[in-house]
Design a protein around this ligand. Structure first.
Ligand SMILES: [Zn+2]
Length: 233
């Protein structure tokens, strides 16, 4: 079981999460998502505080901090005074796990992928997972306005994981209207069955510094294309 926490205005916010292999959620992303669910009006301020965790930071953790928070420290273990506050619930709020959190965090599905999507038609961000034989496996729609973590790819991954409980399949393609940010790239990377036999295609390049630090930037599975096609050609 991993633990992540931060302190803001004298209150300890913390999350506990046991991450399964290929799961698109880490203890740090659970903390950030949980803070957005529990305290949406102050989440932006709360997440300026340093995040501590007893679990080594994964690509998803690093990307989540880059996109949704500020800074973090890996401590290896929870210090005794922090553990005591978690146990006593004195000025301490457990933001994760929470019943119904999965259902709340899933977004509405975008329209099914129809074969040809051009960049200029899609200002909102959508993602589709297409199997090696061209079937639509999962879809995600950007809902970051409600919860900063819920980018289109994160919603797609959450939906896929809830339904299938397995990695993104070998030979499949992830189509995204915009280049994945560092958080989504980290999540996708850690959810792949094969790090080489997969393809991430996007229409619009992300110019910001966060995409430049994406783990996918230097991988051959990432492709910029002008039009999505069923065949992937
Ligand atoms: Zn993203």
């Amino acid at each position: 079981m991993g633990v992540a926490w931060l302190e803001w205005n004298g209150v300890l916010y913390w999350a506990e999460h046991h991450r399964l292999t290929y799961e698109p959620r880490s203890v740090v992303s659970a903390l950030v998502e949980g803070i957005w669910l529990k305290a949406p009006s102050s989440a932006h301020f709360i997440l300026r505080s340093r995040i501590y965790t007893d679990t080594p930071l994964s690509e998803l953790c690093r990307g989540t901090i880059l996109i949704c928070a500020k800074r973090s420290t890996y401590l290896g273990q929870v210090p005794e005074p922090v553990a005591e506050r978690m146990a006593s619930h004195f000025k301490a709020v457990q933001v994760w796990p929470e019943n119904m959190v999965h259902a709340q965090s899933l977004s509405l599905l975008p329209p099914p992928f129809q074969g040809t999507v051009r960049a200029e038609q899609n200002r909102s961000i959508e993602a589709w997972l297409i199997s090696a034989d061209g079937r639509l496996l999962a879809a995600g729609h950007n809902s970051a306005g409600r919860n900063r973590v819920r980018h289109a790819e994160m919603n797609l991954l959450a939906q896929w994981w809830l339904r299938e409980g397995r990695p993104l399949p070998r030979g499949a393609r992830l189509l995204v209207t915009r280049e994945p940010c560092a958080m989504c790239a980290g999540a996708v990377w850690e959810c792949l069955e094969s790090k080489t036999d997969f393809c991430v295609e996007y229409l619009e390049r992300e110019e910001g510094s966060s995409a430049a630090r994406s783990v996918l930037r230097n991988q051959r599975i990432l492709r910029h294309c002008r039009v999505f096609s069923h065949s992937g050609e």
